[in-house]
Write a protein that binds this ligand. Structure first.
Ligand code: GLN
Length: 549
């Protein structure tokens, strides 16, 4: 490859948010990676929050945790999954984070007495971070997704950073706009005007897109392509249709049908390898499973973060859903996930029997009191009725509480998070977390990111991982209280994964003779599931669900 310096591709959104900029950016990354380029990605979120960790998932969607413990946006998960890479905190920034570093630097006198200004000092900080992300990855191409849509006050400063980068090195910076083309029901025709305005607004920030990705319910026809091309100054072959799809994993394939990687290489002025056929076939096969899964596996996901007004927002558990898919596809199964609100089982205990209709149950991560008793009922029902149960973080803690209550007979067993007055706090706050809670130090202070755990030979976990040592990503403040471990084990619960010092219980499971699959992890395995590398525990769960059928 003839590469004169790292190339930067900015991806911005037009018209509405939520049109799939993150998936588009990830897919661009994948098709370029497939041309032999080393690609990394940066996500910019324009809000003030320093990270995504303090936001309610129904506000923001899932909090995706990186190996280094950064609590980030779900798009970071998309990049990691599509590109098969691990990102770090330099790959993620927010307005809050950028200002925080500039202000810290000012306080340390690093600006040497100069007046520190919004422009250029804030964009310069943004640029510094983007370049560092590229350097750290040794990247040929850095894809930078600017959150939100053009025209929002919040992301102006980031567009300014992009414009400044372009001025500094015109040949190395290009722009893609992902915009939405509505087809209003009453008109029945796809409309281009909102996108025309969006491009004009981007032009107003001094930026001309090189490529326009046209999101909509259908393909953009030639007539509209030409119109957009003429009005927005983009040649019509650089206007790419991206209609709705059933499976996001088809998108890189669809992009390549439009020869997008060739077009990108042409715009970036680089010559790169032919597509890597071997890798491409793997992806194509994987993407095909999404459509070919034969047998349906019915999974109940019992949580609380999915109601937004009258709508269901499955985004809160995005990585869990994707992890289920990868393992199910590998087993040639078609997963069908039902969203069950745990509070519902508290109000209508008779509904618990409905769980018999499912092949498996997942209780994912969570916080706080609401819906907890419902989750405990679900853990009990799954245990007694031998329905495969997979608890992720809070879901594991719920299973332990249930066991303490109903097998050890500790009727008021609970987690300190919910009932600090309980006499049997089986899930207690970690020693290292006490000070944080006392001082209201909540942001970025949980036990976060990759930690090692040792697995017990012969356990379900050990058999699934085929390893005795693992590293998984965490996000929690509470842990199994060491005072109860001996009693829980004496009554049959196995802590098959522990921190290397033996203090923290990382996995709880029931022996296979007792239950086909009853397992909870204190960590979040979903963050390490990858399309071409399904997570072994999800695979073990899916196999158990299959057997239940
Ligand atoms: N609320 C629990 C804790 O902080 C579980 C967190 C989670 O599910 N991620 O320990």
């Amino acid at each position: 490859m003839q590469n004169k310096g790292t190339k930067y591709i900015f991806v911005v959104g037009g018209v509405i948010s939520g049109v799939g900029k993150g998936i588009a950016s990830s897919s661009l990354g994948l098709i370029l990676k497939n041309r032999g380029l080393n690609v990394t990605a940066v996500k910019i979120d324009p809000y003030i929050n320093v990270d995504a960790g303090t936001m309610n998932p129904t506000e923001h969607g899932e909090v995706f945790v990186l190996s280094d413990g950064d609590e980030t946006d779900q798009d970071m998960g998309n990049y990691e999954r599509f590109l098969g890479i691990n990102l770090t905190r330099i790959n993620y920034m927010t307005t809050g984070r950028v200002y925080q570093s500039v202000i810290n630097r000012e306080r340390n006198l690093e600006y040497k007495g100069k007046c520190v200004e919004v422009v250029p000092d804030i964009p310069l900080e943004v640029i510094g971070r983007i370049k560092k992300a590229g350097e750290m990855a040794g990247a040929d191409v850095v894809i930078i997704e600017i959150g939100g849509t053009v025209g929002e006050y919040q992301n102006l400063i980031f567009l300014e950073a992009a414009r400044m980068m372009k001025i500094e090195a015109p040949a190395n910076v290009s722009f893609i706009m992902v915009s939405y083309f509505p087809t209003p029901g009453t008109i029945g025709e796809m409309k281009t005007k909102p996108t025309q305005y969006a491009v004009r607004t981007l032009n107003g920030a001094g930026i001309q897109p090189n490529i326009l990705i046209a999101r909509g319910s259908t393909n953009l026809d030639d007539k509209r392509k030409e119109k957009i091309s003429m009005i927005c100054n983009i040649s019509s072959d650089k206007v790419i249709s991206a209609p709705d799809v059933d499976s996001v994993y088809d998108i890189p394939l669809n992009f390549e049908k439009e020869h997008l990687s060739d077009k990108l290489c042409e715009i970036m002025g680089i010559v790169c390898q032919k597509p890597d056929e071997k890798e491409w076939i793997k992806w194509r096969n994987f993407a095909a499973y999404a459509h070919n899964g034969k047998e349906v596996i019915k999974i109940a996901m019992v949580g609380k973060y999915f109601e937004t007004g009258d709508f269901i927002l499955s985004d809160s558990y995005l990585s869990v859903i994707e992890a289920i898919k990868y393992s199910a596809y590998q087993e040639e199964k078609k997963p069908v996930i039902s969203w069950l609100n745990s509070s519902d089982f508290e109000e209508h205990p008779e509904k618990i029997k409905d769980l018999l209709n499912y092949d498996g149950i997942i209780v994912p991560g969570g916080f706080g009191t609401r819906g907890v008793e419902g989750k405990i009922l679900v853990a009990e029902f799954a245990r007694k009725n031998k329905i495969p149960y997979f608890g992720l973080c809070y879901g594991m803690q719920m299973a332990v509480i249930e066991y303490a209550r109903n097998v050890l007979g500790l009727k008021d067993a609970n987690t300190r998070e919910v009932n600090p007055d309980s006499k049997n706090i089986v899930i207690d706050v970690m020693e290292s977390q006490k000070e944080n809670l006392k001082t209201n130090h909540y942001g970025g202070s949980m036990r976060l990111g990759g930690y090692k755990a040792l697995l017990q030979k012969g356990s379900i976990a050990h058999n699934a991982y085929k390893a005795s040592e693992i590293i998984e990503r965490h996000r929690h403040r509470y842990e199994v209280n060491p005072a109860f471990i001996a009693d829980l084990e004496a009554k049959g619960l196995i802590f098959s994964g522990r921190s290397p010092d033996g203090v923290l219980m990382e996995i709880a499971e029931l022996p296979r003779e007792v239950h086909p699959f009853y397992l909870g992890t204190q960590y979040h395995p979903e963050f390490l599931a990858r399309p071409l590398r399904p997570h072994p525990l999800f695979t073990a769960f899916i196999k158990a669900c299959t057997n239940k059928k």
